[in-house]
Write a protein that binds this ligand. Structure first.
Ligand SMILES: Nc1nc2c(ncn2[C@@H]2O[C@H](COP(=O)(O)OP(=O)(O)OP(=O)(O)O)[C@@H](O)[C@H]2O)c(=O)[nH]1
Ligand SMILES: [Mg+2]
Length: 238
């Protein structure tokens, strides 16, 4: 029997963060497995992963080959959780932008909802540590998404710090998610929009070490995704 929860951590070139993050999550003493989904990192992350799996019994990893992207990686995480029947799938970044201590808050709320979002944009939530320009861009993107897709009841539509229950995971695994990049988070939210969704406040901090993978290309893909979702609605069942 495996634990109830799978914590999926997405990594691309996170050698400087991943060992510390794995240690911090393990140190929380949760009834949870950790799955690192690495996109064929070339910075040495791949060499660290077997060491981490040996050190932390609850940690597994997938090194993806082929097309890179948070969207593709997300599908791997969903399928991993769905086929193994975890009660909860919690997802987060590998760069300490999401405080591991907040995992507990998300999991405490999870039994009452289909999806719990760690939110920067509700009372008690905040974004710190990134440049003003980046923070304003995040806010503007969120506003655009909320109004374009009529998602007004959710305050932080692009947060990648989330927890889904088994039913939500099953639904997501039955859909053909099309986003290659981080806009997959918006696509998933849209699929689950009529389910029970809660937001809990989190303080999003800038990455601890390493380089951002944010790019103009990813921003444009996100805009295209929102326009596609507005025109055609949520992805169909597989
Ligand atoms: N598996 C996978 N993970 C990715 C990919 N791109 C980014 N990530 C991870 O997703 C998380 C978010 O990416 P970041 O580069 O931190 O992007 P961001 O949070 O918008 O930017 P900063 O935090 O400001 O650097 C990090 O843990 C990355 O390592 C990808 O293509 N595949
Ligand atoms: Mg980040």
């Amino acid at each position: 029997m495996h634990p109830k929860t799978l914590i999926a951590v997405f990594s691309l070139n996170e050698r400087e963060n991943i060992a510390e993050l794995a240690g911090t999550i393990s140190g929380l003493g949760l009834d949870a497995d950790i799955l690192v989904i690495d996109d064929d990192s070339l910075d040495g992350t791949q060499a660290v992963l077997p060491e981490l799996a040996a050190k932390h019994r609850s940690l597994s990893y997938i090194v993806r080959k082929g097309a890179r992207g948070r969207g593709f990686s997300e599908i791997d995480a969903i399928n991993y959780a769905a086929t193994r029947g975890y009660e909860y799938l919690l997802e987060m970044d590998a760069d300490f932008s999401h405080d591991p201590a907040d995992i507990v808050k998300l999991l405490e709320t999870a039994p009452y909802y289909d999806m719990v979002i760690g939110s920067r944009y509700i009372g008690g939530g905040q974004e710190t540590g990134r440049s003003l320009a980046r923070r304003l861009l995040s806010r503007a993107a969120n506003r655009y998404i909320r109004s374009m897709l009529d998602l007004k009841s959710v305050h932080d539509c692009t947060s990648g710090f989330r927890c889904y229950n088994k039913e939500a995971v099953r639904t997501l695994s039955s859909r053909q998610l099309k986003s290659r990049g981080p806009s997959v988070l918006v696509e998933m939210l849209l699929v689950l929009r009529d389910r029970r969704i809660a937001e809990v406040p989190v303080i999003y901090r800038g990455r601890k070490k390493g380089k951002s993978k944010f790019s103009l290309g990813l921003l444009l893909e996100s805009v295209r995704t929102v326009i596609r979702l507005k025109r055609r609605g949520v992805p169909e069942s597989i």
